[in-house]
Design a protein around this ligand. Structure first.
Ligand code: PHE
Length: 452
């Protein structure tokens, strides 16, 4: 039983596929392009990449260290690594709460995507004006039952994978889906850059125009990096507990960050040339992929096929992320509440569905129900992105930097001395000083009302 419970990934590719699967999600293909669009393109991209490698990679390593060292879920990791210091466990609880909330509102958007595969495949956007396409989006999202149905379906598929366990469920699924995702993405990029007038979009993405970059843009880049790398809520602590002792944590972390950035950039390459080629607005915000892209696909040959493939791609990306969100919760429920895996899965999925229904209704029946001026969906999104994830990331980095004995972190990074670890001091400096300072800045700016 104990063995079965702690079964881990069987290979380094499996670990990278699962963790990159978590990282690559709606954050890359839905959120990243519209954020780049809003904050002026290339300059934002450059700052973003700097954050991912300068801060993101050391933070991924820190979460992995906690997970692999303790061999536990996120709450259990704090309990095992600092048994005397109970206060740290509140960070574990915060991570569990964040996972419930993020999973709930994330699945609502993932559910929309699911429906869009069907709409696109059935040719529902064909020949429609852009007003009509915007109307389809708003009719669907403000409807009561249909989005709830797709939300439920999405959570159900996620649970179906997670219930099978770490090896047969998560690792196996991610190993198959991640290469498919990359192939689909490349196909869409090729289509997009071979359109007439595509170069304007590539210029927008790759030519940095620093005059377009604001302080808010810089903060958003850091917030986006945290979200996109699934940091600050114990996801990579949980996955870290499944990483094999002989895997190189630096290499694994760099591979995950690189894969995540590659897909985000490719999403930009797939989207912006097409948006510019058809004269759409790159700064149209969250509705970019649901309202603008169907128009774009409409105007290209074989549009139905490419539109359907795009939403399949988005669904795959979202699924491998919700799998990781559910696993954080299931690992916690199994190890801390001593539930059987199947019961833990059903229990966590049911709670997430219940909260998800409220988030889904935020676009329709509960649209006018606001707390602090936000709908329930908006509140959960804001609470987690502006406070919980940065606080979680800050606490995790302080824990690994200051609480965990440096002999332990060095031991994990060097695999007990087997690997050279000449970067150790730089890593420790980043985790102790640079990352906490950057995170405190995001937190203060976020609380002062800068939009993240
Ligand atoms: N990183 C995921 C994305 O980019 C979102 C996520 C956040 C997943 C936190 C798990 C944990 O879409």
């Amino acid at each position: 039983m104990e063995n079965e419970k702690r079964a881990g990934f069987t290979s380094s590719f499996g670990a990278v596929a699962a963790a990159a699967g978590s990282a690559i999600g709606l954050g890359n293909i839905w959120r990243f392009p519209y954020t780049v669009g809003q904050y002026g393109g290339g300059a934002f991209l450059l700052i973003y990449i700097i954050f991912v490698f300068l801060l993101g990679v050391p933070l991924i390593m820190s979460e992995f260290i906690m997970g692999r060292r303790s061999g536990r879920n996120v709450l259990g990791a704090f309990r095992t690594l600092a048994p005397q210091r109970k206060a740290w466990q509140s960070v574990g609880w915060l991570a569990i709460l964040s996972s419930f909330l993020i999973f709930s509102f994330y699945s609502v958007v993932a559910g929309w995507t699911f429906n869009y595969i069907i709409l696109a495949g059935a040719g529902k956007f064909e020949g429609q004006s852009s007003e009509a396409i915007a109307q389809i989006f708003s009719n669907f999202t403000t409807n009561t039952w249909s989005p709830i149905f797709y939300l439920g379906l999405f959570i159900f598929f996620t649970a179906l994978v997670v219930v099978k366990g770490v090896q047969k469920g998560i690792e196996k699924t991610c190993k198959v889906l991640m290469p498919i995702l990359l192939l689909l993405m490349i196909l869409l990029c090729v289509r997009s850059i071979t359109l007439d007038g595509a170069s304007k979009g590539l210029d927008f993405l790759f030519k940095p125009d620093f005059s377009a970059l604001t302080a808010q843009g810089v903060l958003s880049a850091l917030g986006q990096a945290l979200f996109s790398l699934s940091l600050g809520m114990g996801c990579l602590v949980t996955y870290g507990s499944y990483v094999r002792k002989e895997d190189n944590l630096l290499k694994t972390s760099v591979s995950i960050a690189a894969a995540d950035t590659l897909i985000a950039v490719l999403a930009g390459v797939a989207i912006f040339p097409a948006v510019f080629a058809f004269g759409m607005n790159p700064a149209s915000g969250p509705s970019l992929v649901y309202e603008v892209l169907p128009n774009v696909f409409n105007s290209m040959p074989l549009g139905i096929v490419f539109a359907t493939l795009f939403f399949v791609l988005l669904t795959i990306a979202a699924l491998t992320s919700t799998i990781s969100l559910l696993e954080i919760l299931v690992a916690w429920a199994v190890e801390e509440l001593h539930m059987k895996r199947i019961i833990a899965t059903v229990f966590c999925a049911a709670v997430v569905f219940a909260i998800g229904v409220l988030c889904s209704l935020s676009f329709g029946a509960l649209h006018d129900f606001t707390i602090c001026g936000q709908t329930i969906f908006g509140l959960f999104d804001k609470l987690t992105a502006t406070y919980f994830m940065p606080i979680g990331a800050l606490a995790l980095t302080l824990f690994v930097g200051w609480q965990l004995p440096s002999a332990d972190s060095r031991d994990e990074l060097s695999n007990g001395g087997a690997l050279k670890c000449s970067y150790y001091k730089i890593w420790l400096f980043t985790v102790r000083y640079l990352a906490p300072i950057a995170l405190v800045i995001i937190l203060i700016a976020g609380s002062l009302g800068a939009e993240m």
